[in-house]
Design a protein around this ligand. Structure first.
Ligand code: 13P
Ligand code: SF4
Length: 350
């Protein structure tokens, strides 16, 4: 557990982190990317951290890879690469810098480390986990293999390195249906997300898909009735869901896709009103790029993603603590599963 009191003291001894309207004005080019969702007074609080982090990134030869669920001040203020899990994994294979700061959850940092064993991968808060990654271990994969002998195991990237190492291939929400369809045999084991598996089963009826009993604590909170109520209240509303939602929720939506697919859909279709059935930072992050779109709907935050703050990012880069390590033998096998996914995704997209 991070000792935030001491961290704050130490950071204040090294950096000027006082809120500053003057600095906020000076850095208004960055604020312009999020001014629809962030009042200037809040930007005056974040700007000193953003300045300090961006300076430290240069000194340490570091890049920040950030997931679409990060807060706007991280997403727009300090990130070099933003995207969904698939994009972040692909970009991790191309990093030339010495240090990667992963703004996202632990499995994402592990994936970056697996793909870049020689680099330092910093996780600003090791407690940023994921309910899906916590739902299964390598023993669970062995159990599934024993129940369905010979069936390939497709594991969501939201898993630990040990689980990836025990799987045949990984998938993300952006490529799950294509990966499953490309597997040999009639039966495919999908772990650990039962809802993603059931959504994929509808898209790939030629396969018998069996699944582990895991779920995302953020997406399983949405109900089909919520979506119907919002539609009745706002006729013409477009509803876009993440495939970690239960299938009856996805069935009520106009479109379902990964966080990057959701972003592309909104940019392409430019709906007047849209409800993103996913973590609510998504809407905040894409709001300025879509000025004619009104974002409505319930706000479910991921408690794990929200653990990542500017203060913790600054601390990890300042102290160079929070380096993610993966046992080299596990990493080697996990890399096979991740690399197979990246290669197959590229072949299928070509
Ligand atoms: P994406 O791959 O769609 O970004 O999803 C990752 C995630 O954790 C969603 O909850
Ligand atoms: Fe995991 Fe759900 Fe949070 Fe994504 S939103 S990191 S799947 S708990």
């Amino acid at each position: 557990m991070l000792d935030l009191t001491n961290i704050r003291e130490e950071l204040r001894a090294h950096y000027d982190l006082s809120p500053s309207m003057e600095l906020a004005e000076e850095m208004s080019d960055i604020h312009a990317r999020m001014d629809r969702v962030m009042p200037m007074i809040d930007w005056a609080i974040h700007a000193p951290y953003v300045r300090a982090i961006n300076q430290l990134k240069k000194q340490r030869n570091a890049v920040v890879l950030a997931h679409n669920y990060m807060t706007p001040q991280i997403y727009h203020g300090i990130s070099d690469v933003v995207g969904d899990s698939l994009h972040l994994a692909i970009k991790a294979t191309e990093v030339e810098a010495d240090v990667i700061v992963q703004c996202g959850v632990h499995f994402m940092a592990e994936t970056s480390k697996i793909l870049n064993p020689a680099k330092t991968v910093l996780m600003p808060d090791m407690e940023a986990g994921c309910s899906l990654a916590e739902s299964i271990t390598a023993d669970g994969i062995a159990e599934m293999r024993a129940m369905y002998p010979g069936a390939p195991v497709v594991s969501y990237v939201n898993t630990t390195a040990e689980v990836k190492a025990a799987s045949d291939i990984c998938c993300t929400s952006a490529n799950a249906a294509q990966i499953v369809a490309a597997m040999e045999g009639d039966t495919v084991i999908m772990t650990p997300d039962k809802w993603l598996a059931q959504n994929v089963a509808k898209q790939v009826p030629q396969k018998r898909i069996v699944w582990w009993d895991g779920a995302c604590i953020v997406h399983e909170q949405f109900t089909a009735q919520d979506l119907r109520d919002f539609r009745d209240w706002n006729p013409g509303l477009k509803i876009i869901a993440h495939p970690e939602c239960p299938p009856d929720v996805v069935a009520e939506a106009d479109y379902a896709g990964s966080t990057a697919n959701i972003q592309d859909w909104v940019t392409r279709e430019h709906p007047k009103q849209v409800m993103l059935v996913t973590e609510c930072s998504m809407a905040a992050n894409i709001s300025d790029a879509n000025p004619g779109v009104e974002f409505l709907g319930p706000c479910n935050m991921c408690p794990y993603m929200q653990k990542i703050t500017l203060e913790k990012v600054l601390w990890s880069l300042h102290s160079m603590t929070g380096a993610v390590e993966v046992d080299p033998a596990v990493a080697e096998r996990a890399r096979l599963a991740v690399q197979r996914m990246i290669d197959l995704s590229r072949r299928l997209a070509a």
